[in-house]
Design a protein around this ligand. Structure first.
Ligand code: NAP
Length: 462
């Protein structure tokens, strides 16, 4: 019988990644009914992953989930090791010397590709880049988007595509008091983008965006959302989907789109055209994006799904910017198996597997486990399931070699790593809030890890 999980020897779990799935895993460990030490490792000094760098700046209510995460982080048996890159500063095998289990919650940092000619032309970007840029992510702060263009095309109709459209279409006054990075606010202030097209390959009934997101597009001060009436016509399979009693959200979304179908372009306003049943086949231009070819689709019913099938009819849409928003994708984690087909770490119920065999002590949760789907809250049951697997397995473990937090710190010190603790982060946080105050923003983010660390030199210890 294992002694792990007792007050004499708490179960030690390293959580890699401080986004929602990492924090929900820490919370589930705290509620597991045994003694635990949950240490969260994060590559950047700043925590919260996609909540800080993915959620749109004008969605401050969604960002307030960080208050919940903060309450978890300050618990005595939760540690925060910011500015530590697992896989580089410390390998997975090294981490396992100090922890009984390691749970990987590293998210999905890359994107799916369209695999069409011209995809990499200057002016064609992933939504990921744009989102991370306007959110002040250190890896993306220097990206340049040519906002002198008048027409932008956003491919995809998920909630990320809606975020991108909204940020392109909002007035500067609507964004000024958000936590948008100042460089992005300045660039958007002189944007010439007048027309944005959000293109979906399937129909209005199959669109992935949420009702609240699509409704918000109609509430922007300087932009009118439009849908061509022909795009709102429903083929029998879509009509049947809409009539299904479980599909109430699609009914509401469709009725909002019908309102946009009745809109007339308003003079002086930006336009957001929402178009359906079109797939990009090529992005054209000699040295930069000049247009995009879209093939019209018809819909075919498949078991459990409705699929877009090309009709061969192509239309060319002149544009100067393309944002590909067709889903995130996980990237391989050094030292762990990876499924290149799904972009996830292979696992059974959260237990990492290699060739179908469970790797003891290694676990996964969130987008890197199941793929990039669902809202922030979807990660909660996901992480709870993985933590239940950890607790169940731990009864058979004898424990790691060196179960000491001080030993981890010493190890990282010898590697020259400046570990950012949670109290350190709280001081960085306070400094960011202070920087934003003068401009009436909730915060002005530091744009580099070194700027975050520098802020610690002068800021008071709390
Ligand atoms: P998503 O919801 O999976 O949407 C991806 C979109 O790309 C879909 O419209 C999809 O069309 C389209 N697509 C995929 N491959 C394509 C291709 N080859 N050609 C043309 N279109 C293609 O992904 P996401 O928008 O990146 O969002 C990721 C997750 O984060 C989602 O669960 C989303 O709800 C969540 N999120 C939530 C919020 C919020 O709650 N406010 C905000 C942002 C993100 P099909 O439907 O035909 O596949």
């Amino acid at each position: 019988m294992s002694l792990l999980g007792t007050s004499g020897r708490p179960l030690r779990v390293a959580i890699v990644g401080s986004g929602p799935s990492g924090f929900y895993a820490a919370e589930a460990l705290l509620k597991a009914g045994i003694e635990v030490q949950a240490d969260i490792f994060e590559r950047l000094p700043s925590p919260y992953g996609l909540v800080r760098y993915g959620v749109a700046p004008d969605h401050s209510r969604i960002k307030s989930i960080t208050k919940v995460f903060e309450r978890i982080a300050v618990r005595p048996n939760v540690g925060y090791f910011g500015n530590v890159e697992v896989g580089k500063d410390i390998t997975v095998a090294e981490l396992q010397q100090f922890y009984d289990a390691a749970l990987f919650a590293s998210g999905a940092a890359s994107d799916r590709r369209l695999n069409i000619p011209g995809e990499d032309l200057p002016g064609s970007h992933t939504a990921t880049e744009f989102v991370a840029w306007y959110n002040g992510h250190p890896d993306f702060k220097d990206r340049v988007f040519d906002l002198s263009q008048e027409v932008a095309v956003v491919i995809g109709q998920g909630n990320v595509a809606v975020d991108v459209c909204r940020i392109l279409c909002r007035t500067v006054d609507e964004l000024r008091t958000t936590d948008i990075a100042q460089h992005a606010l300045d660039a958007l202030a002189s944007s010439h983008v007048r027309e944005v097209h959000m293109i979906g390959r399937r129909g209005p009934v199959q669109a992935k965006f949420a009702q609240i997101e699509i409704k918000e597009l109609g509430e922007m001060a300087g932009c009118t959302p439009l849908v061509a009436p022909a795009d709102l016509e429903l083929e029998p399979c879509s009509r049947a989907e809409l009539d299904h009693p479980d599909n109430t959200s699609a009914v509401r979304i469709y009725s909002i789109l019908q309102e946009y179908g009745a809109n007339r372009p308003e003079a002086g306003k930006q336009r957001l055209n929402i178009a359906f049943r079109r797939s990009p086949t090529e992005i054209r231009g000699a040295d930069r994006v000049k247009s995009i070819l879209l093939e019209k689709n018809r819909l075919e019913v498949e078991p459990m799904d409705v699929k877009a099938v090309g009709t061969g009819e192509i239309e060319e849409l002149a544009c100067g910017l393309v944002f590909r928003s067709v889903g995130y994708r996980g990237t391989p984690f050094p030292g762990l198996p990876f499924d290149t087909k799904t972009g996830t770490i292979p696992n059974i119920g959260g237990r990492i597997t290699d060739g179908g065999k469970v790797l003891p002590g290694l676990f996964v949760s969130g987008w890197i486990r199941r793929g990039p789907s669902g809202t922030i809250g979807t990660n909660k049951p996901d992480s709870q399931e993985t933590v239940a697997a950890i607790i169940a397995d731990s009864v058979n473990w004898s424990g790691c070699e060196n179960p000491s937090g001080a030993a981890v710190l010493k190890f990282l010190n010898t590697r020259g790593v400046r570990v950012v603790t949670f109290p350190d982060w709280q001081r960085i946080d306070a400094a960011e809030v202070e920087r934003g105050r003068a401009a009436g923003k909730p915060r002005e983010k530091f744009l580099t890890p070194s700027a975050m660390l520098d802020s610690l030199v002068d800021s008071p210890v709390r």
